[in-house]
Design a binder for this molecule. Structure first.
Ligand code: URA
Length: 211
């Protein structure tokens, strides 16, 4: 099966990812850098937004100039770590609508369970970009994408920071129509479902809730 996966290999992204991977990066810096990477990944995730032309006047002459053509967007954060990427996407496109999906991972079975779901009513008319920094087993992202499709989403993408091969395989198998955009494809999962080499628990790193 051909993977529906884009690894955004840009020097700025790879540099910033190294900062995020470093266990000594303090919380405030981590939060700032993940926001910056989200902006860079967001350019890739939105690169097929349709452009029309509008007439404007520069200080020198009238021209027809490219302008985003009314394609509505919705960013959906998978709580809580998704909020780290969401902030950067909203810096990039402040007018986008926002949804939140709360999924928790059962630490025994690693299965995802929904505890919160709030999105705009008109998901079907929007390009929906779902965000979560870590694509590990894929269980959470698969379940969140299913919930979004059940709520009407038809144009869906998934943007993450680091993906594991196991998660990419599982997600592509469950949602072959949903492109994955990531900064890195790492080696493997460990027996606790963490990505190696990874960057640890993204939520804890963003919010400083451990150590
Ligand atoms: N979630 C994380 O935050 N980190 C991992 O490595 C895997 C899942």
């Amino acid at each position: 099966m051909t993977e529906n996966l884009t690894i955004v290999d840009h020097p700025l992204i790879q540099h910033k990812l190294t900062i995020l991977r470093n266990k000594d990066t303090p919380t405030a810096h981590f939060r700032q850098v993940i926001r910056e990477v989200a902006i860079l990944l967001g350019c890739e995730a939105t690169k097929d937004l349709p452009l029309g032309n509008i007439e404007i006047e520069t200080p020198l002459e009238a021209i027809k100039s490219p302008y985003l053509e009314g394609k509505k967007l919705c960013f959906v954060s998978i709580l809580r770590a998704g909020n780290g990427l969401l902030d950067g996407l909203l810096d990039l496109i402040p007018s986008a609508r926002v949804g939140h999906v709360g999924m928790y991972r059962d630490h025994e079975t690693l299965e995802a369970h929904r505890y919160y779901f709030k999105t705009p009513d008109d998901l079907g008319g929007r390009q929906v970009i779902m965000v979560d920094p870590m694509l590990a087993t894929g269980n959470t992202a698969i379940a969140a994408a299913t919930e979004l499709k059940n709520a009407g989403a038809s144009a869906l993408k998934f943007m993450c920071l680091v993906a594991a091969p196991e998660g990419v395989r599982a997600f592509n198998a469950a949602h072959p129509d949903v492109p994955i955009i990531t900064a890195a494809l790492d080696r493997e999962l460990n027996d606790r479902g963490y990505i190696l080499p990874g960057l640890g628990d993204a939520g804890d790193r963003i919010y400083g809730t451990k150590g």
